[in-house]
Design a protein around this ligand. Structure first.
Ligand SMILES: [Zn+2]
Length: 298
């Protein structure tokens, strides 16, 4: 909130006619919030493909300490989203991979919302086309994720990178906003209550949240394996230790699970009632599955 107010004051001082956000997710979220407050057009230029923030009409607000606070929903999406893949190719591979983590959850969360017939992020109904885009997002990750990561390591632009950037930025953005979020993002929000996870990116925690959602929903083993294989290949976390929670005390886990199931959280879009205990169990079970997977991997 303090950063949004600072940008608004600077824009007023310069009599700005347009707000242009260039950078990562928090920068773009701040630009959108400032533009909404001042009723100005907003242009988003992501310099990393680290989340699905660029296309959305909402901002995720964190406290100055980095704890999730709220979603702020706006009346319109950005006026222009400009992505130059030559710029993305210069960004750290870990950020692109984090974007894959955010995009990994999109299809699973969208499908859960549509099957449960719940409202999307705008309070409306999902559409077949939104769901198809969310599925295309997941398929693109599986097909192009690893190659796109290698392209970034070489700082080159390839068709795989172009498609992957589209998935991380556009498909994931349209998918989550038009179909909805479920357990994966709520678990992410819960994880932000543990300070040890703060050095890890939004998408890295969402990727772990996606795994927790699949466990919570009792999804079949082959799907879990597919997700863990993809995550391991591109470098997304499948265990608690990979997001700073190798030693997770019971009280900390309770705090995470309680935050994940707070009133108004998207975890309540799941088609069954979700208690903090169920989330805590799924967080532990996903970690056990991930550790077993990594042992086999080696
Ligand atoms: Zn996200």
């Amino acid at each position: 909130m303090s950063e949004i107010e600072r940008v608004k004051a600077a824009a007023r001082e310069h009599r700005a006619r347009t707000i242009i956000g260039a950078g990562g997710g928090k920068v773009l979220d701040t630009a959108r919030a400032a533009a909404d407050g001042l009723r100005l057009p907003v242009v988003n230029c992501p310099t990393v493909a680290s989340s699905d923030a660029p296309c959305s009409a909402l901002s995720v607000i964190y406290t100055d300490e980095g704890v999730f606070q709220e979603y702020r929903i706006y009346g319109k999406n950005p006026d222009l989203i400009l992505v130059d893949t030559h710029v993305i190719a210069q960004s750290p591979p870990r950020l692109l991979v984090a974007g894959m983590g955010d995009a990994l959850a999109t299809w699973f969360e969208a499908k859960t919302c549509v099957e449960g017939n719940v409202k999307n992020m705008r309070g409306g109904a999902s559409t077949e086309s939104a769901l198809a885009l969310a599925e295309l997002c997941y398929r693109t990750l599986l097909n192009d994720g690893a190659d796109a990561r290698r392209a970034l390591e070489m700082k080159v632009v390839t068709p795989a990178l172009e498609r992957l950037v589209e998935a991380n930025t556009l498909l994931s953005g349209l998918g989550f906003e038009s179909s909805g979020l479920a357990a994966a993002h709520a678990v992410h929000n819960g994880l932000t209550a543990a300070a040890a996870t703060h050095p890890y990116f939004h998408g890295e925690k969402v990727a772990y949240g996606a795994l927790v959602q699949l466990v919570l929903e009792g999804k079949p083993r082959p799907l879990l394996s597919e997700v863990m294989e993809f995550s391991s290949e591109v470098g997304l976390p499948v265990t608690l230790g990979q997001i700073g929670l190798g030693e997770l005390a019971a009280e900390e886990l309770t705090r995470i699970a309680t935050r994940a199931t707070a009133q108004g959280e998207t975890i309540h879009n799941e088609p069954f009632e979700v208690s903090p205990e169920m989330v805590a169990d799924a967080i532990r079970a996903a970690d056990a599955a991930g550790r077993a997977w990594r042992r086999k991997d080696r």
